[in-house]
Design a protein around this ligand. Sequence first.
Ligand code: SF4
Length: 411
Amino acid sequence: MNMSDAERIATTLESINYTPASTEKEADLIVVVSCSVRQSAIDRIHGKIRNWNLRKTKEPLVTVLTGCVLDEDRLAFKKVFDLVFDIENLAQLPAMLADKTAEAEKEIENYFKIIPRYTSAFQAFVPIMTGCNNFCSYCAVPYVRGREYSRPHTEIIAEVRTLLKNGYKEITLLGQNVNSYGNDNPKEITFPELVQLVNDESDDFWLRYITSHPKDMSDELIKKFIQASKLTDYLHLPLQSGSNEILKKMNRHYIYEHYKKLIEKVRAEKPDIAISTDIIVGFPGETNEQFMHTVRAFEEIKYDMAYISQYSPRSGTAAAKLEDDVPKPEKKHREKVLTDILAKTALKHNKKYLDKEVTILADRYQKGVLFGRSGSFKLVAVKTEPRDLIGKFVKVKITDANAWALTGEMA
Ligand code: SF4
């Protein structure tokens, strides 16, 4: 979501004649898109703004903060940033900046109507909704982004159509909980219907979506892995914990057995699909026994990838009222235990690609190596002469695999 916010902010700023700076030092306007999910992100902003305010004593600089900002952080940030605004009010940013810079010329009306300055010429994130109704106990998003709002599907399709017309090869539908798209508006279509509509827009692109919530993952959506041919063989489905007691404390509204059944259904439709997850270790009160349920989940599900984070309290959330009682070294240990299992299961999955041909979307070329992601979101590196391949689908024969990446040669 933050990437999409940033792209829309870029468009808004360019509409009032700002141009992108190549480094932070060159910028005379810095906009921070904050993320409230983790305290560490907020702490980093405090560190940055101290330096920027020192810089302001020597040269002109305007600092702006937006994104997910809790009320109590907002009060503190208002004292140190030149401007703090809600992302929903992005359309008014030029007017707000006008007070600070006297350069604003134009006002754009609606956040979703702002065409972002996409950071890639071939991959685009298309937001389909904002907000979240789930109130996971560790997460600040519902407080700072508000309730779910589904963007009209006609607007989404129009944005996708323009992107595809301009040669984009990968579209990622974006939302905090895409599976509940349309639930806030009885007249709107469902997420599986939206996936199908986007799928049918063109023959030559890949379609992805993030993020899904297991409680809202329907059989109809699972079937789209077969029915929607542009949907890639990759599913990111956050588990967060394998312990039903911890899931309850996290307010996740599902149990591990439900999650496992979903994975079985998905694999029944698409046996080779790659599956990744998010996990929090060291949630308040997580005992070793409860953690072992997550270990069991890793052993049973055999993930391709997992984004494992050590719990840190986010003030203003329900979990922040609980004692953060799992010691840091123990959190670190639990993260390592899971990472070690992941390394084994990921390697096993990746070895299946040896000697096989896969298609990647090439996204960069560095020191004689072409990099890209496969449909199953595997990082693939190919030694090759410089060629005009960035942003194109390229066929690669896989010659080597480790847990985190594949290596290949041009097929
Ligand atoms: S689903 Fe939970 S973790 Fe995700 S944004 Fe909503 S409240 Fe936060």
